[in-house]
Each structure stands twice: as C-alpha cells, then as structure tokens.
Design a protein around this ligand. Sequence first.
Ligand SMILES: [Zn+2]
Ligand SMILES: [Zn+2]
Length: 334
Amino acid sequence: MKMRAAVLHHPAPVASHPLAIEDLPIPEPGPGEVLLKVEACGVCRTDLHITAGELPPLRSTVTPGHQIVGRVKKLGQGIDGPAAGARCGVSWLGGVDGTCLLCRKGRENLCDHPTYTGYSVNGGYAEYAVARADFLIPLPGEVAATDLAPLLCAGIIGFRSLRVAEVAPRARVGLFGFGASAHLAIEVLKFWNCEVYVSTRGASHQQLARDRGATWVGDATDRPPVALDCAVTFAPSGEVVLAALASLRKGGIVAINAIHLDRIPQFDYDSLLWGERQLRSVANMTRQDGRDFVALAAKIGIRPRTTVFRLEDVNDALLAIEEDAVDGAAVVVP
Ligand SMILES: [Zn+2]
Ligand SMILES: [Zn+2]
C-alpha cells in the first residue's frame, strides 16, 4: 500500500521547491507506536530551518511536519490504546529517552536524546504518519482538523513561552512579533485577564493583533506606553529582544521564543538588565505543556486564523511563511 508524502532530500535539488511529492509505502508502527491517518498538519517556521539546512540534516531523506492531527489507524506491539479512530495530535517532541538528567528532573523538553517529529523521524506532510503512543496528545473529535493543527506547535510553544515568562493573571504582557504563535497566545492572555501590548511589523499583523483584542499595538521595536511585567519575543531578531528588555519593569522577564536569533547587539547592562530583569530562552515543549494547552484551548474555544494548502502545494506554504505572507497559521491537508 502506497501513500503520498512530501520528502526532503539532502541536498535539496531545487532550493525554491525543497520538498518532492512522492509515493512511499505506508509505514508500519513499531513497538509502542501507532499509525495515524493524517487529517491535517500545520506548517511551522522551523520547517524552513529544516528545509534550508540551517538545522543540520539528521537523515538523507525526511518528511517534515510536526503539527499532526490524525486518527488512529493501527497499533504497534505492546500497547492497547488509543482506540482505532481516536483523534490524536503529534507535536515537535516525538519522544525522549526518559533516563537522562534533565528527563529525570522533569525537564524532558531539554532531553539529551530527543526524537523530533519531522526532523529526526518522518512527520506529517503525508497521508499517514507513525508516532510514539506515549507522546500523543488527545484531541477533541468535533473540531475541524485544520483548526487543531496550528495549536500543536505554534500554540503549545506560545503557551510554554507564557510559562517561561512567568505570566500571572492580570499581568501587563508584551508580545513582540504577532504571527502563528502569538495570535494564539493572546487568547490565553485574555482568558487570564492580562493587558496585552503587541509590537510587530506589518499592517496585517498589527490589524490581526487589534482584532484579537490587544490593549495597544505598535511597530516591531516600539516600546509600549507602560512598563511590562514580562514579554515574549517571537521575531528571530536580537534588536527585538533588546526592545522587549527595554520595555520591562524591574524584576521583569523576557522569554525568547526563537530557535534562531540573528544576534543580540551589544547592550547596556545598567539600563537593560540590572534590577533583576531576566532574559530566558524557550526550548521545545513537554508533553504536559501540550496536553495542558490543548485542554485550555478547548475550554477557551480558541480558533486559529488559518490558510489551508493541499499537500501537493506544501512548497507554496513554506514560501508564504518565509515571505511573511500568511496571516495566522498555514495548514497542509493531504
Ligand atoms: Zn514548530
Ligand atoms: Zn532525556
């Protein structure tokens, strides 16, 4: 039995169209794994880093895609659930060793031997995908798959960023950048009765922030009119990180949500970091982040703004993200 899948070869033959649509055998789930029929898969900026080789290739070929919404089709050995037909999500963290120091400390997002969906193992830009059963995220069955997919990376990472930034109810929170992740995080912030100050480039992103209830909206490095309790930066820019730092009150925290940052320019410690201001990075996610966020999103009724692409057009989706031409989140449907 064959399936359609988008495959990245190293090196990619055509830089502008890095993924090739191919017919591959439907994979068999190994012990502890499940086979999912993919209903939708979100497209993430990280996929650009993978297809461009900025994240070093781990295999000669890989199918990217790490925001998978699927239905259980088949169980591997050694597990007796979830039930056939159950809807599950697969996120970037596809597995951990469970034994390293950080896993044992409950920080599995920093595991020494992680499995990354769509990077170290094949992901969801395909009709079928295999995933570890113990890393599945239970999903509601009645919501559109395209509305759930963006929650699974953009949403979870955004949620983790709020945790890393130690957002408290009714806090004054800055969001620097307003794309796939931030437009979901703001829903959580509003649910927690926070004041949200958004600094982002582009009229469309600024409008989206207003539509989603931001208290104040400015340009990418604009400083909000009040001192912030904490901030999350989503833009891969060190200038933006400094703008966020400059917006904090004493004791405030900036969480950097970016796998790559161009570089942080030289900055003045006395005015920007003194006063127990903190600069933190956000790395990956834990299973608990995923399950907590999906449950909260269902409670709040979060619906992402999405642009849907066919699997055959996945290269167009990547290009649109690269050009910042997607409002909200891009989703591929096989
Ligand atoms: Zn991602
Ligand atoms: Zn580990």
